[in-house]
Design a protein around this ligand. Structure first.
Ligand SMILES: Cc1cc2nc3c(=O)[nH]c(=O)nc-3n(C[C@H](O)[C@H](O)[C@H](O)COP(=O)(O)OP(=O)(O)OC[C@H]3O[C@@H](n4cnc5c(N)ncnc54)[C@H](O)[C@@H]3O)c2cc1C
Length: 439
């Protein structure tokens, strides 16, 4: 069926909500604040909330509008995925670290659900579980080993679904069975953000939107001077929470983070309204879904159960009909039953990776950072922002295995990921070889 280009809205499906996504703040920028946070996404909001509730004066400086970055563009899958498998982590970092990191991911997922519950955030969160489809028989065996380890050693609830039983999860023949992680959920990205914004507003945090931080300098007496395009602010504590939107050399302060994080594009489509029955007939378990491909695809029913959302890495900065076709082909390769379906939304955003492929909380030259959630920041960004603030405040009950020295800079790299097309080609080749050899 031909796509109707006129019905496609090139903006996030999540933005069509009644709750405000902006703060009603017309005050001039103050001259000083205990805490300045650069970047108004989940990381910045989470840190701001902890600082404000500890009695600090807090301002958030946001270059665009609050949540404009990845925090209202994501797929809303709350997996706290860790890019390296437990086995790979154990090889590089040792068994204790691997265990601790996987345990912390589980704790962060539980904490997110509790946070929505106790703070009264109606983010349509549902503990749906997450089906990860194996892209070959070999991948299925690998997942089975991983599931056994996560379950028996770490107590993380998960189980395998054979290829024969897979239609109980998703009516697709694209996978060789898969693994279900039961403690993963999904939410509405913007409703979660709007709830967060309400909380920080109630806690007294002021958000200054359309204001860009250009530099962070040592102040003549103490603390830091945060230089913006609307004036400078003296702060005791500065947090950089810009992640995949750290930008280029126009922001002097960002050089340190830019050399350590790679922004990677991810694009999403949302189908026309299919109705709950049709969605459930295709995805009987109504879970969050992904696969084991190197160039992974993630998909899910929308929180109202009426549409299907699918995303993948790559594509253009500004999505076009080409992006829509690319993602729709992915959708049809998994669910050929959707060949007759129109697409209503398409958008793009940036996620961030570091060399270690592990989210990191760190400090450098008196400035605090949290970044590089490797495409799994709906849980990690909030968790890390919160942990960062608790640690800066000296709340020693808040250790995290993610806190470490700054990740190493990438060689010959200053923020422009010129090598990504080659990485995508290499990963694509590996995916094809895997299916050809082991499928
Ligand atoms: C398409 C897409 C799909 C995704 N899907 C999922 C998913 O399903 N599950 C999951 O767990 N994660 C997903 N993610 C990742 C997740 O959304 C992010 O990891 C998370 O939102 C990062 O939050 P953040 O606050 O650190 O950064 P962001 O939300 O990106 O916020 C950074 C902010 O910093 C601001 N900023 C930058 N420079 C400056 C400056 N100089 N001055 C002031 N402000 C500045 C930007 O404008 C931006 O608003 C996805 C991301 C994308 C883009």
């Amino acid at each position: 069926m031909t796509l109707d280009p006129d019905r496609i809205a090139y903006r996030p499906y999540w933005w069509d909500i009644d709750e405000p996504l902006r703060q009603d703040n017309h005050d001039p920028l103050p001259k000083a604040s205990d805490v300045v946070i650069v970047g108004g996404g989940y990381t910045g909001m989470a840190a701001a909330l902890v600082f404000a509730r500890a009695g600090k004066s807090v301002i958030v400086i946001e270059k665009s509008t609050p949540g404009y970055g990845a925090s209202t563009r994501n797929g809303g899958i709350n997996s706290a995925s860790i890019r390296p498998s437990h086995g790979e982590l154990e090889q590089s970092w040792g068994r204790q670290f691997a265990d601790d990191l996987y345990r912390e991911a589980s704790a962060a997922r539980i904490d997110l659900a509790e946070f929505c519950e106790t703070e009264g955030i109606d983010a349509m969160f549902k503990l749906s579980g997450w089906f990860k489809g194996a892209m070959s028989a070999k991948h299925y065996d690998y997942l089975a080993k991983e599931a056994d380890l996560l379950q028996s050693r770490l107590g993380i609830p998960c189980h395998m679904v054979s290829q024969a039983d897979q239609h109980g999860e998703i009516v697709s023949d694209r996978f060789y069975g898969g693994m279900v992680e039961d403690d993963v959920g999904g939410f509405h990205a913007s409703k979660f953000f709007a709830g967060f914004l309400r909380l920080i507003t109630e806690a007294g945090v002021k958000v200054y939107e359309k204001t860009a931080v250009d530099d962070i300098k040592d102040h003549a007496t103490s603390g830091k001077l945060v230089v913006t395009d609307k004036g400078s602010i003296h702060a005791d504590i500065v947090v950089v929470a810009t992640n995949g939107y750290t930008g280029g050399s126009e922001h002097r302060f960002s050089r340190f983070l830019r050399q350590r994080t790679v922004p990677v594009r991810s694009s999403i489509i949302v189908t026309e309204n299919l109705g709950r029955e049709r969605v459930k007939a295709l995805m009987p378990a109504l879970r969050m879904y992904g696969n084991t491909a190197k160039l992974t695809t993630y998909f899910r029913p929308t929180p109202d159960g009426q549409r299907i959302l699918l995303g993948a890495r790559g594509a253009e900065h500004n999505p076009t009909l080409k992006t829509v076709h690319f993602l729709r082909n992915r959708l049809i390769s998994i669910l050929p039953q959707l060949a007759d379906v129109q697409i209503d939304y398409c958008w793009t955003g940036y996620v961030a990776f570091n060399r270690q492929l592990i989210p990191r909380i760190f400090s450098h030259n008196g400035v605090h950072y949290s970044a590089a959630y490797a495409g799994s920041g709906t849980v990690w960004a909030r968790w890390c922002g919160k942990k960062l603030a608790e640690q800066v405040l000296g709340q020693t009950n808040a250790p995290s295995v993610l806190t470490a020295a700054a990740p190493p800079a990438l060689p010959f790299y200053n923020g422009n990921p010129w090598f990504l097309p080659m990485v995508y080609s290499w990963y694509g080749l590996q995916d094809r070889l895997n299916e050809w050899r082991h499928g």
